[in-house]
Design a protein around this ligand. Structure first.
Ligand code: UN1
Length: 517
């Protein structure tokens, strides 16, 4: 598809007619070199086009990297507290525009409005938190082994960083990456998911409106194969931070390994809620429902397994079925809707395929299981919230990430088995334990193999002031958010200052120093 429409200066959602948006390079929107576009549409109603976006090529990526390269020197030398002031101003702009951003998000990727507001709020929280880092960015001062010698380490920006972000948290996740990268003095090229380019563009424009110099933060839309790869391959890009599928993560991390680039990957999950015999069952039920079906199960942290002690199994399944069947599915903008559509057709098909796999594997379908395509669902990508019970831990529906409104209830005999089953997948992002026994709670904290553990709360809902990320195949050892966010986007420089006026040899001139000057 191609278009000749001129790209507007700023993005807004007001126009009835879908607008055409450009890439954001060097402080303004620009059309892709080819002029080609792709559409973003509403998954609750695929006939509603959200906008036409630049279908970019490696040439466009080069332009963005050129801009980031030019801006780097000035940005690196802007004192960090001033960089942080811009981020704080962006926090306030985001607050002012929270409702507009949330509504755009619901229209663009389907999550219900309350959750979309939460997504924007997560970015506001991150902006306020990371702005404080502008006056910290702490290093170390340590004693030297030699007299009249000073030793310290300071953080340095990496240079140009490439960010690749997903559609499920279309503002929060870009904020986890963009904001710490900025406060640390890096310049950026971001490729947002093609399902949510408008959310990302609006976020980038707000940061620029807050006062970023042109070229510091650039956005290029388009496919992973053209845009993502071109960002990874350019030798001027020092580091990549990616949130996405394991398949893409493996490819990108592999290339970055060969190119000797810093890379942090935040990938899949197969999170579980464990419900013990002593748990507050109503609390656990509510938590499991929110954990499994919040954001239509499209969270890396979604509770796609519920591991239940046999003593409470029948009761849990029966009540969970009732609660799940009562969930109101629909357009996330409508009052009272609890579960929205899944993001696109491919996702709908993939989710449904897992339902078929579950049935074939011999799991019992407790409720749901269908694609909805009649009446108000006719033009959207709706899948019934679906629960399997009597699931065996090694079934595919209990091992593979589904990323949709499907969860698997697995019965276990005791606490130790619950821990073993919870740990028994290749992933390790978020695990939860419902128990009223303090000893069990602490054993769970110690023994659950995941980057995030919850006690008496579901697997979703991480706050930005703690590290976010996982172990095993969920990632490659990095953490986002919290103070660890800064580690991803800085390099250590160790500095020695010898003010003795003579050559002092470390490890050699170290004898007889006691009591001497
Ligand atoms: C994700 O799904 O990738 O903890 C992020 C949560 C949210 C973030 C999820 N705060 O569920």
């Amino acid at each position: 598809m191609s278009t000749t429409t001129k790209a507007p200066e700023t993005s807004s959602t007001k126009a009835d007619k879908p607008q055409t948006y450009g890439n954001y390079i060097n402080g303004r929107q620009v059309k892709s070199k080819s002029g080609e576009t792709f559409d973003s549409f509403n998954p609750a109603n695929k006939n509603e086009i959200i906008g036409h976006f630049a279908s970019s090529s490696p040439e466009d990526v080069k332009m963005a990297i050129d801009a980031a390269e030019k801006a780097f020197h000035g940005w690196k030398h802007t004192p960090a507290p001033h960089r942080a002031e811009i981020i704080l101003k962006a926090a306030h702009l985001l607050e002012t525009r929270k409702e507009e951003l949330a509504r755009t998000m619901t229209r663009e990727m389907g999550k219900v409005l309350k959750e979309a507001r939460g997504d924007v709020q997560e970015a506001i929280d991150m902006a306020k938190y990371i702005a404080g880092e502008g006056r910290r960015l702490v290093g170390q001062t340590v004693p030297s082994e030699l007299p009249m010698k000073f030793a310290m380490s300071v953080r340095q920006p990496l240079g140009i960083v490439g960010l690749i972000t997903p559609w499920n948290f279309p503002i929060a996740i870009p904020s986890w990456k963009i904001l710490p990268a900025l406060v640390a003095g890096n310049t950026i090229v971001i490729k947002p998911a093609s399902d949510t380019p408008l959310c990302a563009l609006m976020f980038v424009e707000i940061l620029n409106e807050a006062g970023l110099p042109p070229g510091v933060l650039n956005l290029v839309t388009g496919s992973g194969s053209k845009v993502g790869n071109a960002i990874v391959e350019d030798p001027r890009v020092q580091a990549i931070s990616l949130t996405g599928s394991n398949e893409v993560g493996r490819h990108v991390a592999g290339r970055c390994g060969q190119l000797m680039k810093k890379v942090s990957c935040e990938l899949g999950g197969k999170n579980a809620i464990c419900v013990m015999d002593d748990a507050d069952i109503d609390l656990a039920l509510e938590g499991a429902l929110w954990g499994a079906f919040g954001t239509a199960g499209q969270r890396c942290t979604a509770a796609s397994r519920v591991i239940v002690h046999k003593a409470r199994y029948e009761e849990f399944c029966e009540k969970f079925k009732k609660m799940t069947s009562a969930l109101k599915l629909g357009n996330g903008l409508h009052e009272g809707v609890e579960v929205g559509p899944v993001v696109n057709k491919a996702q709908l098909e993939s989710v449904h395929e897992y339902v078929e796999i579950g049935k074939k594997e011999g799991a019992k379908l407790l409720c749901g299981g269908n694609i909805l395509s009649e009446g108000e669902f006719a033009n959207g990508f709706f899948h019934e919230p679906t629960v399997f019970c009597d699931v065996k831990p090694d079934m595919r529906i209990a091992q593979e990430e589904i990323f949709g409104p499907v969860t698997a209830i697995i019965p276990v005999n005791d606490f130790d088995e619950a821990i073993a089953v919870a740990n028994g997948t290749q992933f390790g992002l978020s695990l939860s334990m419902y128990t009223r026994d303090i000893n069990r709670a602490f054993r769970a904290i110690e023994d659950l193999e995941s980057g995030i553990v919850y006690i008496n709360a579901p697997t979703i809902g991480a706050e930005i002031q703690l590290p976010f990320g996982g172990v095993k195949q969920t990632g490659n050892g990095h953490r986002e958010a919290g103070t660890s966010a800064i580690d991803q986007f800085t390099e250590w420089k160790s500095v020695y200052i010898d003010y003795s006026g003579r050559l002092q040899k470390a490890q050699i001139d170290t004898d007889d120093l006691v009591g001497k000057e």
